[in-house]
Design a protein around this ligand. Structure first.
Ligand code: FES
Length: 655
C-alpha cells in the first residue's frame, strides 16, 4: 500500500508513513514529541491530538478513547493512519517540546518569539557559566582528567640510538606520566614509524590513565595546542543534560538539556524495559532513541561553540539509573524487572564512541558510571560522590533523589546503605489528572483560605495555569489538609459549603482553578484518586527512609544532613514536604539542596582520576537493601499512607 503523509501542527512538520502506523509513532518519526506517560498503552489519555483533515481508525475501543473523542480529540497512540493523508494538531497540553524542557531549567517563557527566546536562553547560559565559575566542577578533587595529552620530543633514531620506535615512544612517555603499564592498540603501532619520521619525532600522545595503567588512544604528529574537550552526560529517565568540559583547564564550557526521547515509550523505566523486551527491534529502537537524544545535545553545544568540532571531543562520562545505563549501551534490561531483579552488570565496559554512533571523535572513550543494583544506579553513586558521604570524616547523612522513583542513601564513611522505593513519578505529574512537570504555566505554590476555600497560587513564569507541578502538588496536599478539604487519610469532605467541591467523572474532586482563568479552557481540579496517588508516592519515600534507619538501628535525630537531589528538589518547599509526611520532621537547617548531583558527579569523574576511582569504590561498598524482602517496608508504607503519618510522635512539629 502507498505511504501517506501526516502533517503535524503547529510545527508544520510532515512525515511519510505506512498506513496502519499509529500517530504517536508517526510523530516520533517526525521528531515531534507527544506526551506518552503510559508508553502508548492507551491508558493515560495524555497523548490527545486533534485530526484537522483526513480520518483515522481506532486501534481498539476503550472508555478513555470514547471520553477523549467526545471532547473532539483522538488518542495519538490508538489512532492508525489509513489510506489518506492527514493533518494533525497537537494541543499545547499534549506537546513535549525541547523548548519546554529548556523552560524547565531556565525559566524562559513559552509563547515568546524565537529571537527573544534565544536571547533569554543565552542569558540563562551565561548565568549558568557564571555559576559554574563560582563553583569548580572538581568539587575539591585534583584536576587529573581521564583523558590527557602528552607532548613528546623523542630523540631521533640513529645508528647509535637504534631502539625500536615503540620502545623509544614508551620510554619517553614513562618519564612523563610515571606509569609503567602502558597499553597501545595494534592499529596505532602499524603506522607509528611513519608518523614519528614525518613529525621529526615530535608527537602528541593522547591517553587515558587510570589506577596506574595507561592506554594510548591516539598519536598525532607535532605538538597539539588546541583545547581538549570531554562531555559529561546525566541520562535521566525524563531529561538528559550535557556538560561540555575543557579537560585541561578543568572548567565547564557550556551546558545543554533536553527531554529524553525515550519518553515516547513511557514515563517510567518499567514501560521502557517492556517496550525494549516485547516489541520487535524494541531494544535497538529504545537504545537508538537515547543515542539520538545525546547526539542532539552534542550538536546543540557545537552550534553554540562554533570553534569546537565533534572530533575535538575525546572522552565522555555518563551517569544514569541502571536501566538507562543498560539501554544506552544496548544491554538487554529484561531481568531488571523480573524477580530477583538482577541487572546484567553493575560495572560497564568502556567503549569507543564509534561503537555507539555518538557524534564525538570516533575513538573517543565512553565511560559509564557504575550502578549498585537494578534500582540504584550510577546517578545515585554520582550523587554520593558529590556529597562526599563516603569520606572517612563524613557525618551521618541521608541523600534523597525524588525523581521518577525515590532512591536514597544513608550512612557515613565506610558504611552506606541504599534502597529504591517505587514511589512512581507522581511528583513529576504522572498519574495525576492535571499533573505536569515544572514548566511554563505550572502551578508551583498554592494557598487555600480555610474559611472561604478560595485559592491563591503562583505559576512558573506567571503564565496562565495549565496544570500543577511537583512542588505545587506538595503544597496542594498540605493546604487541602490544613483547610479541612481532606482528612488524614486523604478522603474528601464532600459536604463543604463551596462549589469548588463536587463529584466528577472519577469521584470527588476539588476545583483549583476555574476554566476561564486557565490557558487550557478546562477547570483544573485535583481528585480524590489524585490525592491517593500522591499519598502512595510520599508514603513510599518516607517508608524507604524509615526502613533504612531500621536496618542500621538509627533514629531520625542521628542524621546530620539530608541532601535533597534532583531537579524536583530545587523547587521543594521543605516545611510543606514535612507537613504531609514526605520528609522527616527534623530541623530545616539540616536540609541541603544539592541540585543535579548526577551531572555534577559525572563532571567530577571526567576531570579527576581520583574521583572516578572513588566512584567505583563507592559502588562496590554500598549495601543495597531490597525493600520487597520481608515486611519491614510494607509495614512502614501502610503507616505512612496518612498525613503526616499514623504515628504522630514522628512529626512533633506538625500541627
Ligand atoms: Fe496514548 Fe497514554 S494514552 S500514550
Amino acid at each position: 500500500m502507498n505511504k501517506r503523509f501526516v502533517t503535524f501542527l503547529p510545527a508544520g512538520v510532515k512525515v511519510e508513513v505506512e498506513p496502519g502506523t499509529d500517530l504517536l509513532t508517526a510523530a516520533s518519526k517526525a521528531n515531534v514529541e507527544i506526551k506518552a506517560p503510559c508508553g502508548g498503552d492507551g491508558t493515560c489519555g495524555k497523548c490527545a491530538v486533534k485530526i484537522q483533515s483526513g480520518s483515522v481508525k481506532a486501534r481498539r475501543d476503550s472508555h478513555l478513547a470514547t471520553r477523549i473523542a467526545e471532547k473532539g480529540f483522538n488518542l495519538a497512540c490508538q489512532s492508525l493512519v489509513q489510506d489518506e493523508d492527514l493533518v494533525v494538531e497537537i494541543p499545547q497540553t499534549s506537546a513535549l517540546t525541547k523548548h519546554q524542557v529548556l523552560v524547565e531549567r531556565s525559566s524562559i517563557g513559552e509563547g515568546i518569539s524565537d529571537a527573544l527566546s534565544n536571547y533569554l536562553l543565552r542569558v540563562w547560559q551565561l548565568k549558568e557559566l557564571l555559576l559554574e565559575k563560582q563553583e569548580s566542577p572538581l568539587n575539591g578533587y585534583p584536576l587529573k582528567p581521564l583523558c590527557k595529552r602528552v607532548r613528546l620530543t623523542l630523540p631521533a633514531a640513529s645508528l647509535q640510538d637504534n631502539r625500536d620506535d615503540l620502545n623509544r615512544l614508551t620510554m619517553a612517555l614513562k618519564k612523563e606520566i610515571k606509569c609503567t603499564d602502558i597499553q597501545i592498540p595494534l592499529p596505532l603501532v602499524r603506522n607509528l614509524g611513519e608518523i614519528l619520521r614525518t613529525a621529526q619525532f615530535k608527537v602528541t600522545v593522547l591517553l587515558s590513565e587510570i589506577g596506574g595503567k595507561a592506554e594510548i588512544i591516539a598519536i598525532e604528529p607535532g605538538h597539539a595546542h588546541q583545547p581538549l574537550y570531554g562531555i559529561a552526560v546525566d541520562i535521566g529517565t525524563t531529561t538528559v543534560v550535557a556538560y561540555l568540559l575543557d579537560l585541561e583547564k578543568g572548567r565547564v564550557v557550556d551546558t545543554a538539556g533536553t527531554h529524553n526521547r525515550q519518553a515516547r515509550f513511557g514515563d517510567d523505566v518499567i514501560s521502557r524495559i517492556v517496550y525494549a523486551v516485547e516489541e520487535q527491534d524494541g531494544l535497538q529502537t529504545v537504545h537508538q532513541s537515547i543515542i539520538d537524544t545525546i547526539n542532539t545535545l552534542i550538536m546543540d553545544l557545537l552550534v553554540k561553540q562554533r570553534h569546537i568540532k565533534e572530533t575535538d571531543i575525546r572522552v565522555m562520562m555518563t551517569a544514569g539509573n541502571t536501566t538507562m545505563a543498560h539501554l544506552f549501551l544496548g544491554i538487554n534490561p529484561k531481568f531488571i524487572r523480573l524477580e530477583p531483579y538482577i541487572p546484567t552488570t553493575n560495572f560497564y565496559p568502556v567503549v569507543k564512541s564509534k561503537e555507539l554512533g555518538l557524534r564525538l571523535h570516533p575513538d573517543a572513550l565512553v565511560f559509564s558510571y557504575p550502578s549498585v543494583a537494578s534500582y540504584v544506579g550510577g546517578d545515585i553513586v554520582s550523587g554520593t560522590l558529590f556529597t562526599k558521604m563516603g569520606n572517612e570524616d563524613a557525618p551521618i547523612s541521608l541523600l534523597i533523589d525524588i525523581g521518577t522513583n525515590g532512591e536514597m542513601v544513608l550512612g557515613a564513611g565506610d558504611w552506606l546503605v541504599t534502597c529504591s522505593c517505587s514511589a512512581g513519578p507522581a511528583f513529576e505529574g504522572s498519574g495525576i489528572t492535571f499533573g505536569m512537570r515544572a514548566m511554563h504555566g505550572a502551578i508551583e505554590r498554592l494557598e487555600i483560605d480555610p474559611q472561604t476555600y478560595e485559592i491563591s497560587y503562583t505559576t512558573i513564569n506567571n503564565g496562565k495555569p495549565v496544570g500543577i507541578c511537583g512542588s505545587g502538588l506538595i503544597d496542594c496536599l498540605a493546604k487541602l489538609r490544613c483547610s479541612g478539604v481532606i482528612d488524614r487519610a486523604g478522603k474528601f469532605q464532600t459536604n463543604l459549603p463551596t462549589e469548588r467541591m463536587r463529584i466528577g467523572e472519577a469521584g470527588p474532586e476539588f476545583v483549583l482553578v476555574w476554566r476561564e482563568d486557565t490557558d487550557i479552557n478546562r477547570d483544573i481540579i485535583i481528585s480524590e484518586a489524585d490525592v491517593k496517588n500522591l499519598l502512595r508516592a510520599k508514603g513510599a519515600v518516607f517508608a524507604g527512609i524509615r526502613t533504612l534507619l531500621n536496618v542500621v538501628g538509627f533514629e531520625l535525630d542521628g542524621i546530620e544532613n539530608i541532601y535533597v537531589a534532583g531537579g524536583f528538589g530545587n523547587y521543594l518547599n521543605i516545611p510543606d514536604a514535612i507537613a504531609i509526611g514526605l520528609l522527616p520532621d527534623i530541623p530545616v537547617e539540616k536540609y541541603k539542596y544539592v541540585g543535579n548531583t548526577s551531572a555534577k558527579g559525572a563532571c567530577m569523574a571526567l576531570l579527576s582520576q581520583e574521583a572516578w576511582q572513588e566512584a567505583n569504590n563507592l559502588a562496590g561498598k554500598m549495601t543495597y537493601i531490597e525493600l520487597s524482602v520481608g515486611n519491614l517496608f510494607m509495614d512502614e508504607f501502610v503507616s505512612s499512607l496518612f498525613i503526616p503519618h499514623t504515628d504522630l510522635t514522628l512529626f512533633p512539629n506538625v500541627s
